[in-house]
Design a protein around this ligand. Sequence first.
Ligand code: GAR
Length: 213
Amino acid sequence: MRVGIQISGRGSNMQALVAACATADFPADVALVISNDPSAAGLEWAAERGIKTAAISHKGMEREAHERLMDAALVEAGVELVCNAGYMRVLTPWFVDKWHDKLINIHPSLLPSFPGLDTHVRALEKGVRWHGCTVHYVRAPVDEGPIIAQAVVPVVAQDTPDALAARVLKAEHELYPIALKLVASGAAPVVDERVMLAEGVVPYSVCHPGVAS
Ligand code: GAR
């Protein structure tokens, strides 16, 4: 499956997906890394590795007009599945519908808890004992959509938002390739707005080492 990765910044999740796609028998290839920010560090990282990149600034553009340009670049690159990896633009229903069930996102919380921004600060404020990340199919409401996979990390005493973010990010880098593999191999179809894992597939979640049995 030809994958397009949408980024807005450093692109560490994109790097994890690129690494996974380079492994033997992985069912996806990265056809394009695309950003709404021409200065996104991840673009340079990808270009240096010979991956096709594109940058289309959203500045001064209507949201949908910008998305139509992003969409045209994805289509031109032959992309079949779009992975948002730190893509920080809210998507219009037009884009979300165009890529229905062909658009996935990673979010740094255990959805449906903590949609939106500043998830680690809010998790600490609420005093949750477990936090994590979610890969889900994208629907028009922000951070909603059928859940493909989740990873769990503990919240520990004296945690800071930065320490918690780093722990979650490590889990993100493990989780996103697993979720992409499920989707690209056809093992995670959406039925009645839930992901029904194919028979025999163990629903995957990862725990912070030392916490999981
Ligand atoms: C990641 O933590 C990702 O989950 C989050 O932004 C970070 C991007 O890091 N995404 C969102 O908050 C989307 N709402 P990266 O550029 O190093 O992958």
